[in-house]
Design a protein around this ligand. Structure first.
Ligand code: URA
Length: 249
């Protein structure tokens, strides 16, 4: 049993993190001036030969909601297909829904989601301008790591979402997303900070893929260095998209 003092220390830690978070994003990440809305992607989906049940984002979402390939498909409250602008030039991919996402059926709406929103807004963008999804569409109980067979079962949904949207840039949030999308076992610390390629097909140019730290990791390891690293990664993304880098306050 945790003592009252331990609980109090934990509450103090959460409060301190919250205050630091507010200060940090009101400072380093706050956007000045108006940013032009991100332009719609030029590429139209080329999905004519696909089976009818997977050739639109809505059709994929419907399939995901009915999916029971894994056990987590039976323990979830809601499946979380992902949401945002279907013509987004930029897509964020996380690991798997947590408790809040499972309740609402939406990606990144809990504590980590709040931080992701602040990062997106610090970039001069809104959540509606980007697409936000996950490797797994169902919540692993107790937020445990995704299992390899769950990733294998769920991968076709994300792969198809990517093929339809063909975002120019994919930001992989955390090790699971980065390793799955890049088919590697490298640690996130080695992968982040520079662009990799994600190949859609031989016919279209690959997306640039920037791995960065997962917002939940950032919340747990809220150091100045880690925050700076994520912001540097996002600045590279903005530069690649040809968008202005918002000034620090
Ligand atoms: N963490 C994730 O990886 N995805 C979510 O949607 C929420 C938290």
């Amino acid at each position: 049993m945790r003592s009252i003092m331990e609980k109090q220390a934990n509450l103090n830690k959460i409060l301190k993190q919250h205050l630091e978070l507010e200060a940090f994003f009101a400072g380093d990440f706050t956007v000045k001036g108006k940013i032009e809305p991100i332009a719609a992607a030029v590429t139209e989906p080329t999905t004519q030969q696909e089976p009818a049940d997977m050739n639109t984002l809505d059709a994929i979402a419907k399939k995901v909601k009915g999916c029971k390939k894994c056990e987590i498909g039976t323990t979830r409250t809601n499946a979380v297909p992902g949401q945002g602008n279907p013509k987004a030039r930029l897509m964020f991919v996380g690991e798997a829904p947590g408790a809040d996402e499972d309740q609402k059926g939406l990606a990144f709406v809990g504590r980590a989601g709040k931080l992701l929103t602040q990062i997106i807004e610090a970039m001069g963008l809104t959540r509606d301008e980007v697409f936000i999804g996950n490797i797994l569409k169902c919540r692993p109980p107790g937020n445990r790591d995704p299992k390899p067979d769950e990733i294998a079962n769920c991968w076709p949904y994300l792969k198809k979402q990517l093929e339809i949207m063909q975002p120019e840039i994919i930001v992989a949030l955390g090790a699971h997303a980065a390793r799955t999308l890049l088919d590697t076992k490298q640690p996130i610390g080695k992968l982040r900070g520079y662009f990799h390629e994600y190949h859609y097909s031989d016919e279209v140019p690959p997306a640039k893929l920037m791995p960065t730290y997962h917002p939940a990791y950032l919340l747990r390891n809220y150091s100045t260095d880690n925050r700076r690293r994520v912001w540097e990664d996002m600045q590279k993304v903005l530069k690649e998209l040809g968008l202005p880098i918002p000034k620090k306050k």
